[in-house]
Write a protein that binds this ligand. Structure first.
Ligand code: 5RP
Length: 225
């Protein structure tokens, strides 16, 4: 993974922001670079915009950079976000490596435009090598995990320092390597969402306007679905 590749994609993403826009601000290292690039455009170019943060971490980072934030209730003009995997051709995604999948999905789904920002290492022929994150209610999570396991997900409760990771919504995350390769993401999404304890999956099957893919030589490839 190259920082130069990430930065190139991040700069291209920040360049899409226009005066007066309401921007969906995704989560992760790539988005941190986008936030920095947006803040620079604010300082140096007088760009004015408001942001909708998809996580507490992004909100804190944005505030530190002087970006004004709003609630997620109104649709964003443009949502920018990273990804853990980007499927070549379809631009279907796996997200949630940072645990912000539910808020990221709410913001991306309601946005007028959704643009993905990633480095070339995230491009795959078929989704699934990245263990699919599934956000689940803490209540009865072991029972939910058994149902996810019955679908073949081989779920593993996400831990940090020996403790179950809590999302910003106080839920838990099951990382599911068992679905690879994901040949029919729509059926998988429906099957997972039919389990009562599943709150959101990291499968992003919504329309992506374009993916900005950064390469280690600083080039940015623009992919459309
Ligand atoms: C967080 C996400 C991130 O977009 C994804 O994990 C990519 O992060 P990074 O830019 O750090 O590689 O889905 O929930």
């Amino acid at each position: 993974m190259s920082d130069l590749a990430r930065r190139a994609a991040a700069e291209a993403a920040a360049a899409l922001a226009e005066d007066g826009m309401r921007l969906g601000l995704g989560t992760g290292r790539t988005m941190e670079m986008v936030l920095r690039a947006l803040a620079r455009r604010m300082r140096e170019g007088g760009l004015r915009f408001t942001g909708v943060a998809t996580s507490a971490a992004t909100a804190a980072r944005a505030r530190a950079l002087g970006i004004a934030l709003e609630e997620a209730d109104a649709p964003c003009d443009l949502a920018l976000d990273g990804a853990d995997e980007v499927e070549r051709g379809s631009l279907r995604l796996i997200k949630g490596g940072g645990g912000a999948l539910l808020r990221e999905k709410i913001v991306a789904e309601s946005a007028r435009r959704f643009v993905v920002v990633a480095e070339a290492g995230k491009l795959v022929a078929r989704l699934g090598a990245f263990a699919l994150p599934v956000e689940v209610a803490a209540f009865g999570h072991a029972a939910t995990a058994r149902r996810v396991a019955a679908l073949g997900g081989a779920p593993v409760l996400r831990l940090r320092d020996g403790e179950a990771v809590r999302t910003d919504n106080a839920n838990l995350v099951l990382d599911c390597p068992g679905f690879a390769p994901i040949r029919d993401p729509y059926t998988l999404e429906r099957s997972l969402r039919a389990i009562a304890g599943v709150v959101a999956t990291g499968l992003f099957l919504l329309p992506v306007e374009r993916a900005l893919i950064g390469h280690a030589d600083g080039r940015v490839e623009v992919l459309r679905p």
